[in-house]
Structures are given as C-alpha cells and as structure tokens.
Design a binder for this molecule. Structure first.
Ligand code: HGY
Ligand code: MN
Ligand code: MN
Length: 438
C-alpha cells in the first residue's frame, strides 16, 4: 500500500490506553501528573517510551541532552525523516495531556502504519524532547532550542535547578545522557500535535486548530532586597519590606498586560522569601516573571514599562530590585507548506477546524528556526492546562492523531522537490485573524 492517506485511521482506544498508562508515572492525588524533567518518574516514562517504540520496530537514539528519536525507516533513507512528537515531562501541577498527547500520538501513528503495512517514501520519526516545560531547569524547550542551535550543549548541561543539581548530573542519574551530538539528528520537517491549553476550540466547538503562528515570550529572574527587621518593633515608616515591594511588582506586571489587552499576558509564577519567618519583615525575595504577546513590539514595550515601574517602586520604598531577562523567543510564523498539509489532512477527514495562534510555547517554535514546521491543536476542557484538571476527550485526541498521521504520510510521500507543498494543499497564504489561545 502506498499509504493513501484518506483511508488511514489510528486506533483511538489504543492511543487513549497509552495516555492513561503513562499517567501513572508521576501520578498526583488530584488525578494529574507531576513528572518534572529528568526526575526518576521522567526516567521511567522514557524507558516505557523507548520499549514501546522498539516493540513497534522503531530505531531509538538518544542525544547528549537526553532527547529520544524513534525512527521508522522509509523506502528512501537518503531523505531526512518527517518528524513528529512533543515532550513527556510535565509541570509539577501538570495534567495527562500536555506534551504527552503529541508524543504518544506519534507512537500511535507508527503503530498504525505497521498495522496497515505501509512504507513511506521518506522515513518518519517520533521525538521526545527533553525539558519542554522549563519548570525545573530554565529555559523552557531547552533541548529543542539547543537542537536549533540557540544554546550550546555545554551551556544547557550546566543549568542548575533550585537544589543545585545540573542538567548533566540529572541526565546521568537516570541514564539518559545519550551518545548523539545535539543538533546532528537530521529532520526534514516537524509536525507537533498538542492540546490547545486555551479556551478557543472548546468554546467554539471546533475539533482541530491549524496552528500557523506562536506568540512571543520573555522570562525574567528578579530579586527584591529590603531589610530584615523586627515585625513588632519596627515602625511602619522605617520598614523596607521586600514582600510589599514584590506585591507592587506583580500588580504592575498585571496592569501592563491589561494595558495591552486582549493579547498580552503576564504572571509572577515564583516568589521565594529567603529565610522566611512570621515575625521578621521580609528582606530578600527572588521572583520570576513570564510575559507574552503575539507582537514583538508589544513585548518590547511591556519590558520598558515594567522596568520603569520597578524603578519607581524601588525608589519610593527604598528597595533594590533587579530584573534579568533570562530567555525570550520572538513570535514564530510556521511554514506555509506544512500548515497547508495540516489543513488538507483536516479537510480530508471532514473535521471542523480553524486557524490559530499558539499562546503556549512549544518545541515546534524552535524547530521552525531550522525546518518546515507547523502544529495541530485539539481542544481541552475550558482551556485548562498546567493543572490536574486538564482534560481532553478520546474522540478529540483520536481526531488529532488522525490529522497528524495523514500529514506525516503526505509530507513523507511528497515529491522530492524539497518544497513541503502537497497535493490538495490549501492556499497557504490565507492568513488567519486568530488571537492567541491563552
Ligand atoms: O510555558 C509554555 O508555554 C509551555 O507550556 N511550557
Ligand atoms: Mn507542552
Ligand atoms: Mn506545558
């Protein structure tokens, strides 16, 4: 069979079973998954993924940052593989679907090709990228960023978590510092399936998001330094209360995002008081900020406004406040040919769909720097994600995996012209007016 794509369908119950089975690795009492990157639980799910891929006849390789590449050979092994995949690490308060769906749908696509006895022209591949979440080690999407040449492997290997453990040490602890040099693995195009993590598809009753862009992001580390003093005896006017200063910084970030409504977002996800004590005025606090918007100019304006507000807060409260931008990614426009392939597959399956901008960052954003890339979204209930209540339906996960499979086959069997346009592709130039999904 040549993989005529329109009669291909994944085994939805089999895909769903893998999602539920792997949710046990790092399961949380609230029904979610807490599987921080390079933790023991991450090691367990990586072993599971490797075994399942090898059982499906895939050749599994690992690079020096632990990223797993599971290759299914094609007729013409001189062509770079058409890749899919996502990540298996989660947030501490994660759900069952973020990253997991895209990775396991890739495995399901390979299993379906095996069942149908289909050999594609170009090889195809599933990737589990290390540390997409960026929760334990910053920045997010670090392994795919290194693959794209945005960081050196040594830089990433030296990043440390809050306990002072380095990425290299954590990789060694679970046996996933692989032999491949990062960035050397050939990829011809990349398609990532993911839950939307925002409310639009669910609210509009659409099944598929054809993601043609991703918004930009800026991450900051900051400190607020005041003066520890006695909570009972220090007169209010003489206090240099770092916590009150921090509160004003958090509200300033929120106000700056609201000033750029409806697209801009901002939050202070971490704040740690050094030596906290009920009866000491806080003197030293470390914090983080996450700012996003689809427009780089807006992100730059938000940065400037934030720095101005922080200077005013520090002067008025006699505090020292530092703010370091530790990571940023400009907004990404995905490849028109791959977007068209996703849209053609979606239409071929008669699935309701719309163009979208991704509000969340994804490994696809880094891959887009190097190879033709696009994304597929499916709904999650009320747009909830990074929360144990994250929920998607088997039907939507199956539909997303069908679109992924058909897109992989279309791209892998596309003519060797090097373009990613495929027969039946939609005019890729129809730009969407979609706002980001979260
Ligand atoms: O932060 C993000 O956008 C991604 O979900 N890690
Ligand atoms: Mn994700
Ligand atoms: Mn996430």
């Amino acid at each position: 069979m040549d993989g005529t794509r329109h009669n291909l369908r994944v085994d939805g119950p089999r895909l769903w079973a893998t999602i539920q089975e792997t949710a046990a690795f790092g399961a949380t009492p609230e029904g979610g998954v807490g599987r921080l990157t390079l933790s023991a639980e991450d090691g367990t799910v990586r072993d599971w993924f490797r075994d399942a891929c090898e059982a499906a006849g895939l050749e599994v390789g690992v690079d020096e940052l632990g990223t797993q590449f599971a290759l299914r050979r094609g007729r013409d092994m001189s062509r770079p593989p058409i890749a899919c995949g996502s990540h298996l690490d989660t947030q501490p308060t994660g759900g069952r679907f973020d990253g997991v769906l895209g990775t396991l749908a890739g495995l399901e696509a390979m299993r379906t090709l095996n069942d149908a006895g289909i050999e594609t022209d170009a090889p195809v591949m599933v990737v589990n990228w290390t540390n997409e979440e960026g929760s334990r080690f910053a920045p997010a999407t670090m392994a795919s960023a290194a693959h794209a040449g945005l960081f050196t492997a040594d830089d990433i290997l030296s990043r440390r978590d809050a306990a002072g453990i380095s990425v290299g040490e954590a990789l060694d602890a679970i046996g996933y510092r692989g032999p491949e040099t990062v960035g050397t693995r050939a990829i011809g195009a990349f398609v990532e399936l993911h839950i939307e993590q925002g409310p639009i598809l669910d609210a509009e009753g659409e099944t598929i998001g054809v993601v043609d862009r991703c918004q930009g992001v800026a991450w900051y580390d900051g400190t607020v330094t005041g003066f520890e003093s006695h909570a009972g005896t220090t007169p209010m006017p003489r206090r240099r209360d770092a916590q009150c200063g921090l509160a004003e910084v958090a509200l300033a970030a929120e106000a700056i995002a609201l000033a750029h409504a409806p697209t801009a977002v901002a939050t202070m996800g971490e704040a740690v008081i050094a030596a906290p004590s009920r009866n000491v005025v806080p003197g030293r606090i470390a914090f983080t900020l996450d700012l996003r918007d689809p427009d780089q100019g807006t992100l730059d304006a938000m940065d400037a406004a934030l720095r101005e507000r922080i200077a005013e807060i520090a002067a008025r409260r006699n505090l020292a406040i530092t703010l370091d931008k530790i990571w940023s990614r400009a907004p990404v426009v995905f490849d028109a040919g791959v977007v068209a392939a996703v849209e053609a597959s979606t239409r071929g399956l008669s699935l309701s769909h719309r163009r979208m901008v991704s509000g969340a960052q994804h490994d696809a954003c880094n891959l887009a720097d190097r190879v033709p890339t696009a994304m597929i979204f499916v709904p999650c209930r009320d747009g909830i994600s990074h929360n144990p209540a994250e929920s998607a339906t088997q039907a939507d996960c199956t539909a997303g995996a069908d679109v992924l499979l058909q897109t992989l086959v279309a791209l892998a069997n596309a003519p060797q012209s090097g373009s990613t346009s495929v027969t039946g592709g939609i005019d890729a130039n129809t730009q969407s007016s979609a706002e980001p999904s979260s």
